[in-house]
Design a protein around this ligand. Structure first.
Ligand code: LMR
Length: 338
């Protein structure tokens, strides 16, 4: 008798547990966040920070899987993967949105359009930046934030001091028509390559040189296969953090809100550390002794600037004169004053 009572109680407990179980065992929402750079870079650190914050704020209801260093997808493939929903988040550089048909982002590639992070933030952290992100919506993409990397410098196996030094050099670029025009304005031969292919292309001589913020150069060990680095800091490289719009809109409202909060915090973190991360990498490159780091004189810098800024007028019809002018207005840049 006692035995049967015990058995019945046991079954009741088991039944309650079985009903209760789905609530406890509900699988977390998984967000695959793919990117192409090393973990130890501004973007890598920011993606890891976002993961931590997002999992914390959603109390584990969301799991972020970060795939760094092109382990999941390379440049072009990652964009396609996001659109079909194979991954949920990316942070491609702004130079990589042109092939998607959103040419406005290439305005960020114009050489010397921003002198420093402060000028840049007037755009990326202001209403113009938001309007540009909204242009991604018809492509099934929701733009969440801008994360900084830094200002690019040229590297190659020969010294580059004057515009003439660039003549005939095969230079790797990202998939941006503005960067193509920029390299041509120096008489170089631009070659689009996925980021994951750059080290080998430099090592084997497929290309002679490239341009990068120092954090990318150092963490991909490009300084080991490039004898010279000219601190031209001629152009900006940063990211738009993006998600698949359908996925994002389909999230429970409370979770979406928590993820938005995690993104606000990650963006602050990203933009706070970007400069010091690049400074750290520059120190490491210098210490390695593998590359000669050259800082152009003011005269050399002006000559380079004059040659490169021609790109602005050349790209007007592609990017839009109005957009370029409104950036000049925000930052105070005036090409006529060079
Ligand atoms: C590049 O391809 O050089 C960069 O866009 C890589 C990156 O994501 O910083």
């Amino acid at each position: 008798m006692k035995h049967r009572f015990f058995l019945r109680s046991l079954l009741a407990v088991a039944a309650t547990a079985a009903f209760a179980l789905p609530a406890f065992a509900q699988a977390p929402i998984v967000i695959k966040f793919s990117h192409v750079v090393a973990n130890d870079t501004p973007k890598g650190h920011a993606a890891d920070f976002f993961k931590k914050k997002a999992e914390e704020l959603t109390k584990g209801k969301v799991k972020i899987e970060v795939y760094a260093n092109s382990t999941l997808y390379k440049d072009k493939e990652e964009m396609e993967a996001l659109q079909i929903g194979a991954v949920q988040m990316l942070a491609p550089s702004l130079a990589k949105f042109g092939p998607l048909g959103v040419k406005e982002f290439e305005v960020f590639d114009l050489p010397y359009i921003f002198d420093d992070y402060n000028e840049l933030h007037k755009i990326t952290q202001g209403p113009m930046g938001r309007t540009m992100l909204d242009k991604l919506e018809p492509k099934g993409i929701r733009g969440l934030a801008y994360w900084d990397n830094g200002f690019k410098s040229f590297s190659s196996n020969k010294p580059m001091k004057t515009p003439a030094d660039f003549k005939g050099m095969k230079m790797r670029i990202q998939s941006s028509k503005v960067l193509e025009s920029q390299m041509r304005s120096l008489g170089s031969l631009p070659q689009v390559l996925a980021f994951s292919e750059v080290y080998q292309a430099l090592q084997t001589g497929v290309v002679d040189g490239t341009e990068n913020p120092i954090s990318n150069l150092y963490t991909q060990k490009m300084h080991e296969v490039q004898k010279h680095l000219t601190m031209s800091e001629h152009g900006y490289l940063g990211y738009a953090v993006i998600t698949n719009k359908k996925f994002w809109d389909g999230l429970p409202a409370d979770i979406r809100k928590q993820l938005e909060e995690a993104m606000v915090q990650a963006t602050k973190f990203a933009n706070d550390v970007a400069k010091s991360e690049n400074d750290k990498s520059l120190d490491a490159v210098k210490k390695s002794g593998k590359t000669q780091v050259y800082v152009p004189t003011p005269e050399e810098r002006t000559a380079l600037k004059k040659a490169l800024v021609k790109t602005h007028a050349e790209m007007e019809s592609r990017i839009g004169k109005e957009l370029i002018q409104s950036i000049y207005k925000e930052t105070g840049f005036d090409p006529a004053k060079l």
